[in-house]
Ligand binder design. Structure first.
Ligand code: BG6
Length: 489
């Protein structure tokens, strides 16, 4: 349930994430009356804003990033009145005293929940936690939220987790993967486990393979400094795509809550078949965008976005993963993600096997295998592809048809942003939709051999023109297995 009061402190309080996502999400929950009545929001940054200047900056950000029909003066004023700003350089000594004074205000309720959202580089997580401990702010009422990437590889992820873990208990640490907060991603669990018709088919007897695509039309924008150090495998596959894979592949938990879902996801990560260098060469494709046309507009190459051509960072990955367990033996999971592709779409397609016997002789219209297409974003929904008889007197002709579920049509209310759900979960202390330490590390353990082989391999990322579906080799990866990527129409 909701605590009586909350002090929500954001390190990186004037940064992009805070202004674009976190503060708008808090505003929207506040507008619905869902924040604890006595909530303060403390932005921490190096800028020498006073409170008034910070409120102005946040007001401008809300006007820009919140839909116009959800902006109203009363809610804006209430939200802005909650804001404080503390000027503080994380590595310096100034400002901590002021933060301490604010948080230890005697007038605060003794059960005030203190959230520390670390929207800063992971290299700073450890030292911030230590300082919070020194000022006495890291007690049992405190929760710390860390953004991905947690680390750069397995060893650095362990080091970050150790450093944060020295100060906070695992139950106080909320590692965000915002994909888990998306409505359609949570609905995956409901689709699988609150219905009877899918589960008997959800295994290697009936599923031919699974495809997971997270495509973006945007390029790296002004995040080149971070991105070039990361690349698509670290930025997207290690977290978002593997989390989606886990939710598709996991066993039913006994109930949804507490640790059960995380326990089952961990088992999937541990069952991923480790890749040898030969597997990496055969089953992964790296790409990097060249200049091209996206939605009719000319866009620059990755090198031009970055400002130099010294980089081998991948902006696209396609790979074939296998879950080595009883349910999924022999069922490939094909994953792909990339920037500057032809469109923005995230989707999961479960492709079922052909019926055991083809009994319709003249099926020129073609019988195509059943597919369940889960549209994660945009236009959330689900489509079940079936084969039907085309109406007509002249015998049986088969035609592909689909059953469509669109969230926008089925439900009157719009889906909240992922951060709205996740920030409320932190305030309420509900960890289910956050990544546990062992999950993050298991994901790194699987990804690392790919990084290692790529670094040693003479191959470079393959070029693809912006505005396409990525390098040809990504198509070949499936064609080799007699399959094709299912592009939604
Ligand atoms: C972030 C990545 O985690 O997810 C970005 O760092 C990416 O590179 C973003 O653009 C995609 O999120 P969404 O919600 O727009 O699909």
């Amino acid at each position: 349930g909701l605590p009586p009061a909350c002090d929500f402190t954001v390190f990186g309080g004037t940064g992009d994430l805070a202004l674009r996502k976190l503060l708008p999400a808090l505003y929207l929950r506040d507008r619905e009356g869902q924040l604890p009545a006595d909530t303060r929001i403390v932005g921490v940054s190096r800028s020498d804003h006073d409170q008034a200047a910070y409120r102005e900056e946040v007001r401008a950000a809300l006007l820009e990033h919140v839909d116009a029909d959800r902006l109203d003066d009363a809610a804006l004023d209430r939200m802005l009145a909650r804001l404080h700003h503390v000027t503080l350089d994380v590595n310096g000594s100034e400002g901590w005293h002021e933060l301490h004074g604010l948080l230890k205000d005697r007038a605060r309720h003794e059960d005030t929940v203190r959230v520390f959202y670390l929207a800063v580089a992971p290299g700073l997580f450890g030292s911030i936690c230590r300082r919070l401990d020194e000022i006495g702010a890291a007690d049992a009422n405190a929760r710390v939220v860390v953004e991905k990437p947690v680390g750069h590889d397995l060893a650095s992820a362990q080091a970050v987790n150790d450093a944060v873990g020295e100060v906070f208990e695992e139950s106080q640490i909320f590692r965000i993967d915002h994909y888990l907060g998306k409505e359609s991603v949570q609905n995956l669990l409901v689709t699988r486990f609150a219905n009877t018709f899918l589960e008997p088919l959800w295994n290697s007897h009936w599923v031919d393979h699974v495809q997971i695509t997270v495509a973006e039309s945007l390029g790296v924008g002004d995040r080149g400094g971070y991105y070039d150090h990361a690349g698509a495998l670290r930025d997207m596959v290690q977290n978002h795509l593997l989390q989606l894979l886990c939710l598709v592949a996991m066993e039913p938990p006994t109930y949804v809550g507490g640790e059960t879902v995380r326990d089952e996801k961990l088992k999937v990560l541990q069952a991923l078949k480790p890749m040898t260098p030969a597997d990496v060469d055969r089953d992964t494709v790296r790409g990097r965008y060249d200049a091209g046309l996206v939605g009719g507009a000319a866009v620059a190459s990755y090198a031009d976005d970055l400002g130099h051509d010294q980089s081998d960072t991948e902006t696209f990955v396609a790979l074939k993963a296998e879950v080595h367990n009883w349910r999924w033996a022999g069922v490939p999971f094909y994953l792909r993600t990339g920037k500057r592709l032809d469109r923005r779409t995230s989707e999961i397609v479960v492709v079922f096997k052909e019926p055991p016997h083809a009994m319709f002789p003249h099926s020129e219209g073609g019988s195509t295998p059943n597919r369940l297409h889960i549209q994660v974003q945009p236009d959330e929904g689900m489509r079940l592809h079936l084969t039907a008889k085309e109406p007509g007197p002249g015998g049986i002709r088969l035609r592909p048809v689909s059953l469509d579920l669109s969230y926008a049509t089925a439900f009157a209310q719009a889906s909240p942003d992922a951060y709205e759900r996740l920030l409320m979960d932190v305030i309420k202390g509900n960890p289910t939709l956050f990544m546990r330490r062992d999950e993050v590390e298991a994901a790194w353990a699987w990804v690392e051999p790919i990084l290692t082989r790529w670094a040693a391999s003479p191959d470079r990322p393959r070029r693809y023109p912006a505005g396409t579906t990525g390098p040809i080799a990504a198509a070949t990866l499936l064609e080799r297995d007699g399959r094709t990527w299912q592009e939604s129409d």
